[in-house]
Design a protein around this ligand. Sequence first.
Ligand SMILES: CC(C)(COP(=O)(O)OP(=O)(O)OC[C@H]1O[C@@H](n2cnc3c(N)ncnc32)[C@H](O)[C@@H]1OP(=O)(O)O)[C@@H](O)C(=O)NCCC(=O)NCCS
Length: 163
Amino acid sequence: MLESIPMSQSRTIQTRLVLPPDTNHMNTIFGGKVLAYIDEIAAITSMKHAKMQTVTASFDSVDFYSPVRSGEVLELEAIVSSTGHSSMELYIVVRSQDIHTGEKKLTTESFVTMVAVDGNGKPQEVAPVFPETEEEKRLFESGPQRRQHRKEKRDMPHKFFSL
Ligand SMILES: CC(C)(COP(=O)(O)OP(=O)(O)OC[C@H]1O[C@@H](n2cnc3c(N)ncnc32)[C@H](O)[C@@H]1OP(=O)(O)O)[C@@H](O)C(=O)NCCC(=O)NCCS
């Protein structure tokens, strides 16, 4: 087994300015744009942890709590919250900030599973993580329950349309 790494080591923060091409006719950001940003920060954070390339295996359900308007700043924060053998669970929180008032709002939060792979796409072992702060401990300790829930979901028959 590889040596454990603190969760904070791969913690990543990204800030983005929301511009008109990112928004719909209501002047609020497209949900798909936020998902793409989440996917990107999950890739960066997981690769920093695994020290190799990673692929996205799954997104848990994503709820959007508040709209983000053009001209606002979007802040994404990601951390490896728990690990399996080759998979990493990433916790990602997205906040918007109004630059005039400084007010911050929660846009969404999500768990993404990334898998470390070699050049042929074969899953590779990753180092475990360990928590240091109280927040990290809560995230880390609830990881096995979420993993089990995902596994049960995967085992359910769901291929309604044939390929
Ligand atoms: C993710 C992927 C590498 C898994 O490969 P696999 O040959 O099925 O490997 P395994 O079944 O051994 O799974 C490897 C790990 O991934 C996890 N995993 C696989 N599918 C998963 C899913 N849908 N959700 C969460 N975890 C998943 C397994 O639990 C396992 O974790 P562990 O090693 O920590 O125990 C493979 O399905 C893949 O390449 N998918 C496409 C990835 C991609 O291209 N993403 C971009 C969008 S299409």
